[in-house]
Ligand binder design. Structure first.
Ligand code: ADP
Ligand code: MG
Length: 212
């Protein structure tokens, strides 16, 4: 009998056990967070602070950006968003991580059936990057497919990880940001810092604000 057939998750045609089943490797996942409607936790700032506590249960928080007030993109007739990015060191495989993020969104009142694309939402949690992995599956694409075109993602991501590489383009986050906003004035109204006691108070998360 072939050894591969004894291993759970072995693939039938290559004798190698499927890595996701047999090996759990620590990776750094960058999670994009956004909200522009109140939730059961309160205003968007409070929702993001409460969601950060949930994320901390999925791994180790290595860094978190400040909060940013951002202009809506796509569908403009809605309140400004509050956005942030967190770096999470985790052994959780990406599909499981996505399922946990979607469950946290639902906990804070996200209702996709009633939503419109790019429309108002109580909470949005996205996997922006997962180590240097590239994933293209039904319902899961990593790096996030719209990473390079969203200032509200790139500005907070650049705050905590300017040198990290987007494996799809081979460009660092700081380069992607420079491409999106060649003129630094363009970014100032679209995305700016937001002071929030709720967010600042999360010292127990293990990472202060800004770079780790
Ligand atoms: P967006 O976050 O781009 O504004 P949505 O929050 O409405 O869009 O997400 C729509 C779907 O995108 C989700 O149901 C999820 O399955 C899928 N998706 C694909 N890749 C990712 C990813 N990397 N992170 C989060 N969701 C993703
Ligand atoms: Mg999303």
């Amino acid at each position: 009998m072939q050894i591969a057939s004894l291993l759970p998750g072995s693939c039938c045609d290559c004798m190698k056990p499927a890595a996701a089943v047999t090996l759990r490797q620590m990776q750094t996942a960058y999670i994009g967070m956004g909200a522009n409607l109140p939730s059961t936790a309160g205003a968007p700032e409070a929702t993001l602070a409460a969601a950060a506590q949930r994320l901390a249960a999925l791994g180790r928080v290595a860094a978190r950006s400040h909060l940013y007030s951002t202009e809506p993109v796509g569908f403009r007739d809605q309140p400004r968003f509050v956005n942030a990015v967190m770096a999470l060191e985790t052994e959780m495989p990406p599909r499981e991580l996505l399922e946990r993020l979607l469950a946290i969104e639902r906990e804070f009142g996200r209702d996709r059936s009633a939503g419109i694309p790019n429309g108002p939402r109580t909470l949005d949690l996205d996997i922006l990057l997962y180590g240097d992995w590239k994933i293209s599956e039904a319902g899961l694409e990593v790096p996030h497919p719209r990473l390079a075109e969203r200032g509200f993602v790139l500005v907070p991501l650049n705050e905590i990880a300017p040198e990290i590489c987007d494996p799809r383009t081979g460009l660092a986050v700081a380069q992607l940001l420079g491409r999106l906003f060649p003129d630094s004035k363009g970014v100032s109204n679209a995305v700016y810092w937001l002071e929030s006691d709720d967010w600042r108070a999360g010292a127990d998360l293990g990472a202060g604000l800004g770079r780790s």
